[in-house]
Design a protein. Structure first.
Length: 277
C-alpha cells in the first residue's frame, strides 16, 4: 500500500460485465486500499443479486451497449452469457465448451450507452463476452478520458460476429491508448489432447486475453498531479506494474516538488517482483 500518495477526489471505477464469476481481485485491491468509488453493470439477474451484497459498491441491473433493448443469451455456464451467440463450430474443439456454451434461455434487457453515464471514469473494466466493440463505439467520449482500461478480448472469435483482439486494440489506439500488459492469458488445449491430466489446462493456443491499456507516455507526461496520483495507485494496487510506477512517482515528484521516490522504492524492496509471462 502506498499510503503517502492520496488523491483529493475518489478514483472512479466502472465495471462493465461485473459478474463475480471472474477473478476481480485486481479491482478489490484498489478499492480497499484507496479512496475509490465503483459502479458496475450486470444484466444477468442472478449474477446481479450476488453483486448487490457489496453495499459499498453500486451496481445496476442493465447492460452498457448501444442504448436499445437487446436479447441476452443465458448460457449453461453463466460466464459465457452474451448478446452474441457462441460459435459452436469453433468452441466444440475444446474440452467443456459444448456444454458450457449451450443457450438455456434468452431474455430481453435494456442497455444504456457508456457516453450517457454522468460520472467521469478513471479506471474502466470491460468483460462482456465478445461485445466490447459496441461499448467502445458508443462510449468514445468517456473512454478517451480514462486513465486505465482493462478489457477481455479474444484473438479468434468465440461468438458469432465477434470483433477480435486486433480490431478492438486498434479501435482503442485511435482513442490514444496502447497495450501495457496482459493481466491474464487464457489458453486452451484442442481435443483430445490433455495436459497434466487436466482437460481444462491450456498449452499454447490463445483463447482469451485480459488486456491493460494506458495512454502514450508523451500524454502521461502532461498529466497534472491529481491524474498522476490516480494512475500510480491503479497501476500499483491492481497490476503491480512497479517499474512503470517508479517512472510515474519520479514524474510526480518533479511536478509536485514532493520527495516520494525513496519511500516508494523502500516499499517495493520488500515486495516480490515476478516476470508476468
Amino acid at each position: 500500500m502506498i499510503n503517502f500518495i492520496k488523491t483529493f477526489s475518489p478514483i472512479k471505477i466502472c465495471d462493465i460485465g461485473a459478474s463475480p464469476i471472474d477473478n476481480t481481485n485486481f479491482i478489490d485491491e484498489l478499492f480497499k486500499n484507496t479512496n475509490s468509488e465503483l459502479i458496475g453493470f450486470e444484466p444477468n439477474i442472478n449474477e446481479f443479486q450476488r453483486l448487490k451484497k457489496h453495499n459499498k459498491k453500486k451496481y445496476y441491473n442493465y447492460a452498457i451497449g448501444d442504448g436499445t433493448e437487446k436479447v441476452l443469451n443465458i448460457c449453461e455456464a453463466a460466464g459465457m452469457s452474451s448478446f452474441l451467440e457462441p460459435d459452436l463450430d469453433y468452441l466444440k474443439n475444446f474440452h467443456g465448451f459444448e456444454e458450457w456454451s449451450k443457450i438455456i434461455k434468452k431474455i430481453k434487457v435494456k442497455t444504456k450507452k457508456l457516453s450517457e453515464l454522468d460520472d467521469k471514469i478513471d479506471f474502466l473494466k470491460i468483460d462482456v463476452q465478445g461485445y466490447e466493440s459496441e461499448i467502445i463505439n458508443y462510449g468514445k467520449d468517456k473512454i478517451k478520458d480514462c486513465l486505465v482500461i482493462q478489457l477481455e478480448t479474444s484473438p479468434t472469435p468465440l461468438y458469432k460476429n465477434e470483433k477480435t483482439f486486433s480490431y478492438t486494440i486498434l479501435e482503442l489506439e485511435k482513442l490514444g491508448f496502447y497495450l501495457h500488459m496482459f493481466n491474464n492469458v487464457n489458453t486452451r488445449t484442442f481435443k483430445p489432447t490433455i495436459v497434466g491430466n487436466n482437460p481444462y489446462l491450456g498449452l499454447h493456443h490463445l483463447f482469451q486475453l485480459d488486456c491493460v491499456l494506458i495512454k502514450d507516455l508523451k500524454i502521461i507526461d502532461t498529466y497534472d498531479v491529481e491524474k498522476l496520483k490516480k494512475l500510480i495507485l491503479i497501476l500499483f494496487h491492481s497490476f503491480k506494474s512497479y517499474d512503470l510506477v517508479d517512472y510515474l512517482v519520479r514524474l510526480l515528484d518533479k511536478k509536485s516538488g514532493e520527495k516520494n521516490i525513496n519511500k516508494f522504492r523502500d516499499i517495493i524492496s520488500k515486495l516480490e517482483m515476478q516476470k508476468k509471462y
